[in-house]
Design a protein around this ligand. Sequence first.
Ligand code: AMP
Length: 481
Amino acid sequence: MSDATAKKEERRKFQAIKGTRDILPPETELWNRVEQTAREVFAAYGFGEIRIPDFELARLFEHSIGDETDVITKELYSWIDSPRANQALRRVRAKAIANAYRAIHDDQAVREELFKQAEAGALDTLARANRISLRPEATASVCRAYIEHRMQSLPQPVKLYYMGPMFRREQPQKGRYRQFYQIGAEVLGGTDAPGIDAEVIEMLMTFFDKCGLQGATLYINSIGHNADNCRRGYVAKLKAALGRVKDKLGPDSQRRIDSNPLRVLDSKLESEQAVIATLPHIADHLCDECKAHYAEVKRQLQVRGVLYQENWRLVRGLDYYMRTTFEITAPGLGSQNAVCGGGRYDGLVELLGGPPTKGIGFAIGEDRLILSLQESGKGQVPQGRDIYIAWMGEKAHATAIRAAKDLRKAGFSVELPPLEQKLGKALGQADKLGAKYALILGDNEVSEGLWTLKTLSTGEQTKFTASDLLEFLRQQKNVSS
Ligand code: AMP
């Protein structure tokens, strides 16, 4: 390999890590627009922003999301966050190795067993207390914050929204990343009246509508509550039914029959669909209160003009949901077509050590929302500068610097070339940058106090005094916005 090729190879090594990516201008403009829309819509419904840390104790997620979920067992990014614990761990491991080899037994199996025991002990005692994880979602953190800041003493419910990156070690594909972005909201405390569920869903659909998302479909379901005459009873029946068709299911679903039978309903495996279609439906096994709650959510969605489809298989991937669950899909996303998931989670705050607290929330997958907007041609954002300043000569340079400052202060996007250019080159550059106008400043313009403004789309040129120019540009901006 030649030196040059080796260097090229070396440079290629520095790429964004699998499942992560850079989001560049002008696409970032679209992200900002979506986030701004969320801020405006959520504020109109009385939500305030919460900013939570990107990492928390691993236990917070394990406790709330559930040990049986993929998010916890396979996808969490965790590490031991204490140099002392790490050091102690290394010491214990070194000692274990020394002990194992010093052991009088020559037997490899005995040595390995000794080592394994020491290793397990060390991990147990040291690591657990200090394990930290990058957040795979934000609901647990928001509930933790609600408890930590005693928000139950504020007027209830407390309505919070957040936006930011989440981290899951998933297999990357279109619309699925290891660092992805969610925009979410939670309503905590107060009542679990169906009006809250319906209003949260109405807000979501309003947001998607304002973003220009077309073809979004809202699916809803109720998974009842954890009691024998409700979900627990249903799960027992489901388990029995699954037991009868076990040999027609794949290994993942077979395993879930015992660990988490509801998750079998999540299966996307083609070969399992016909079997799943024959399983009992939860709607037929809800208790009277949950049935009435669900009926009222649906009625209120109708009153609000929110269209929905019922999907009895919508059980959501996370353990803490109860009663209302919902998901929104959007076109143009292939198999990863869910842009939002949410539901009610009345027991979660209590599970995390807080007072009994009602809760409902959702998380929108921002990456997927953006993809869907782009695929449907709704992802365009106005690009390019307003004004390119073509200056020629030292005197004109000083005027151009001041003009750029004033125009930027007035809210225009201005490109001021750092070096003098010939007029032709400057106009070419202005064109490439998509500028609307070129402000031409030469010695004549400066001494006359009349500046030339060229409209690049028409080639039309007009002379203005500095203040008339600002006025003209302001008027044009108002006309176009
Ligand atoms: P969840 O927190 O799993 O309920 O997910 C809520 C939403 O986040 C989903 O509907 C997706 O739009 C989005 N989402 C979840 N995981 C990923 C991922 N790995 N990459 C991109 N978006 C994701």
